[in-house]
Each structure stands twice: as structure tokens, then as C-alpha cells.
Design a protein around this ligand. Sequence first.
Ligand SMILES: [Fe+2]
Ligand SMILES: [Fe+2]
Length: 192
Amino acid sequence: MEFNQTKTFKNLAASFASECQAGMRYQMIAQASLQQGYQTLSDEIKKIAKNETVHAKRFFDLLILHNGNMKNVPVNAGYPFESGTIDEMLEFASQSERNESQLIYPEFAETAFEEGFNDVGEAFKMTAEVEARHKEKFDYLYEGFKNGTLFKSEQPKKFVCSKCGYEATAQEAFTICPLCKASQGFVNLELL
Ligand SMILES: [Fe+2]
Ligand SMILES: [Fe+2]
């Protein structure tokens, strides 16, 4: 069977589109966070956005590898168009990461292995693992943002200013950095 007649071909094309869109949606959350003064939140979301664009490139490269250049590939799939407040967008992001990591990519991986494209199957499998981590990160950010606990800790912990490196151990980060006067939105977020 020609590669462009396989399910894996369609899945790769749809996944490329999906990763491009995820990268863009996360850039929009990062931008909104920045506008509201959450510099380090914005930075963390940008890192995830960048991961998505690398996933897109990987899927793009696999399509070219297996099929060569193509003009006008129709991509028929459903994509989320959801916006809102920062916490709503973080929640939407978590949901789409859950769908990708638990449903879509595991299924695409299985199909690719069945159709004999092990390199694609491995790529989908590894991407699913990354998206599962993204989901955890978005959950952490969502909970922290919604509950106002991003810069708080039940046990005293070290909060570090991302601008000047000032450190203070407390249950809550300084609202204004005593050294460089940066706002709390510049305090580092520690995402494991
Ligand atoms: Fe991704
Ligand atoms: Fe992701």
C-alpha cells in the first residue's frame, strides 16, 4: 500500500496540524500571562509551546521521509478553538494534553505499528509521554493560578527572583523583590 493511502499518513498530517495549533494556543496563553504581569508563568508556558513546535517538526519530517514532498494535503480532523481567562485557558490546555496523551497518540502509535511504520509508532509513543508531562504541568499551573497558591507553600520554601536572583525562604514569596523591586510575577516557578 502506498504510504499516502495509510491511516498513519492521515494521522501524521493531522498531528502536525494539531501540534502547530497547540504551540500557537500556548503562545497566546503565555502572552496573556505576560500582559497580566506573570513573567515566569509566561516563561514556563512558552517552554511547553516550544516543545509542541518541535513535535510538529518531527511529524512533518516523518511525512516527508515516508512520502516525499506533497502539495495540498487535505487534513480532516477536529481541533479545539477555546479561549478565556488565564485559568480557563490553562484548564483547556490540560484537557487537550490529556486527550493527546491518553487517547489520540497511543491510538496513532498502535496504528503505525500495525501498519509497519515503527519509526512513526515510536515517535507517537514518545510524544504521548511528553504530553502526559505537559498535562501535569498545566494542572499544577491551573491549580496554583486558580487558588492563588502559585507563589505560596505550606512548608517554608525558597523563593527566587528570576530577575536578580534574590532568595528568601518563607511560606509566601515576596510581593516586591527587596533587591531589584521586581513584582511577584517574576518569582521562579518550580515545575518538576
Ligand atoms: Fe505536542
Ligand atoms: Fe503538549
